[in-house]
Design a protein around this ligand. Structure first.
Ligand code: PLP
Length: 474
């Protein structure tokens, strides 16, 4: 590629040099290289749109949410949904055989009794404080906010939760429940390995045996997490069927669980699966939003204008959103648009999915014309799932939560921007929520955005360095 300097490009585009430097700083010029203090710009670089002009704003990112269905009272929503059969409106339920149904019904009735007991609640609180390090803080990104302009960006630091992601919130809850139910083993699937690491940690804490099923593609991509699980004493079982990613790992783990359900507990990785998992995982993750609401009010005296969270299965986002459903806050779930909009290039279930059944529950599913789950892809292993938690499908239809997307490229750019401006290396999953917040902040005139930083990016370092070397020299 041939490069030129700021002065030449400024002349070519008919703008002043200051404007070109600003575009360079904002990372809005493709193929840009930084050489010490100066910039090298590809000679044929395209002039980015001037976002200060109204006609160039991306209207879709400000699309006003659908009218909220009047019959829903969000003050009491949590008590209404799911219903006793696990339905959030038309979504959820348990589409499983009689044997499985019986197992899950037993877990549900056990959970309903145990979760109300003072002893269980006390133990959960103590573990969260002393073992997990909760509450996690809210952090004001001053340098990023100044860099972007007029909007203040805040992060809910789930990356500081023990094991480096929000996943431990529900894993400790599930393992504690397993202990109360007299189970001796945890079985689970994992995508990025964050959930697997969290389950392995909870198993070690409670002295339980643990088997984690993981797709071979994800094992190669997330090698540091595979090592962590093994060090923690967990058996990591490679899954090579199908695409060798998260969906296949869920299939294999559920099949294994059916043979061992008497002694084992299935530690579901997100707000997915048959009833009662979406309910239980939501209950354990709600701590994120409850803490965040209180902390944000204390810090700023008001609520954020907007909250973003990435959506794979959907547990960090549900955990964050639930506390704000009855507030005048724009809630945005951000899905992976991967390499593009073609089938197999993304995992944007809310954008392209249709109503269907996957892994024993009804939700939006990315599927082919025969009704089978489509292949999915994202740079973030924890987001490449062809379904989504049933509550998300419901909140989408109600118009209370908006679902947007970010591409691989936008996520990787956010990865480097936050690392370099704030000294925080975010998980690639979380980078989707960051990327969308950054996109909005660039076009807003004022306000505040709270981003749920669901995890830290140490697990992604090797992959990013190998696949995105061009960013290392910028
Ligand atoms: C750091 C991180 N964030 C987000 C996710 C996505 O999961 P969920 O949508 O259930 O929060 C994952 C999944 O592995 C993850 O590792």
């Amino acid at each position: 590629m041939k490069y030129t300097d700021v002065k030449t490009i400024a002349q070519k585009w008919g703008v002043n040099e200051r404007r070109v430097r600003l575009l360079c700083k904002e990372g809005r010029i493709d193929g840009l290289l930084k050489d010490g203090k100066s910039y090298k710009i590809p000679v044929d670089a395209e002039k980015p749109d001037d976002l200060r002009k109204k006609e160039n704003r991306d209207a879709s990112i400000f699309s006003s949410p659908k009218a909220i269905k009047k019959e829903i009272d969000f003050a009491t929503y949590r008590k209404q949904f799911p219903d006793k059969n696990g339905y959030f409106g038309p979504y959820g339920g348990a589409y499983v055989d009689d044997q499985m149904k019986k197992i899950f019904d037993e877990i549900y009735s056990g959970y309903l009794t145990i979760c109300k007991s003072a002893k269980f609640i006390d133990e959960l609180r103590r573990m969260r404080r002393d073992f997990q390090g909760r509450p996690t803080p809210i952090y004001h990104c001053e340098r990023l906010s100044n860099y972007l302009g007029k909007v203040q960006i805040y992060l809910k630091r789930e990356d500081l939760n023990h094991t480096g992601s929000h996943k431990l919130n529900h894993c400790m809850g599930e393992a504690l429940l397993a202990k109360y139910l007299g189970k001796k083993k945890l079985i689970a699937e994992t995508g990025a390995g964050s959930h697997g690491t969290a389950v392995a940690t909870a198993a070690a804490y409670f002295g339980l045996e643990c088997d984690i099923y993981m797709g071979v593609v994800d094992m190669a991509k997330q090698a540091p997490n595979v090592a962590r699980m093994r060090v923690l004493g967990t058996r990591v079982i490679p899954v090579s069927q199908g695409q060798g990613t998260l969906k296949d790992a869920v299939d294999a783990a559920l099949a294994a669980y059916m043979k061992e359900s008497k002694n084992a507990f299935y530690a579901m990785g997100s707000v997915v699966g048959p009833h009662p998992f979406p309910l239980m995982v939501r209950d354990f993750q709600e701590i994120i939003g409850r803490e965040a609401r209180e902390q944000f009010l204390e810090k700023t005296g008001e609520l954020p204008d907007m909250i973003t969270a990435c959506v794979g299965g959907g547990c960090n986002s549900i955990g964050m959103f639930e506390a704000f459903l009855n507030d005048p806050v724009r809630l945005v779930g951000v899905e992976p648009m991967g390499r593009g909009k073609n089938v197999g290039d993304n995992a944007a279930t809310m954008t392209f999915g249709k109503d269907g059944v996957i892994h024993g529950f009804k939700t939006k599913v990315l599927m082919d014309e025969n009704g089978n789950p489509s292949p999915v892809y994202s740079v973030a292993s924890g987001l490449d799932y062809p379904g989504v938690g049933p509550e998300h499908a419901f909140l989408h239809d109600l118009g209370r939560v908006e679902y947007q997307y970010a591409t691989d490229k936008e996520a990787v750019e956010a990865f480097f921007l936050i690392s370099r401006l704030e000294g925080i290396i975010p998980a690639l999953e979380s980078c989707h929520a960051l990327a969308f917040a950054i996109k909005c902040a660039r076009q807003m005139h004022s306000g505040s955005i709270l981003v749920n930083l669901s995890g830290r990016g140490d697990k992604d370092l090797e992959y990013v360095i190998e696949h995105y070397p061009e960013y290392m020299n910028k």
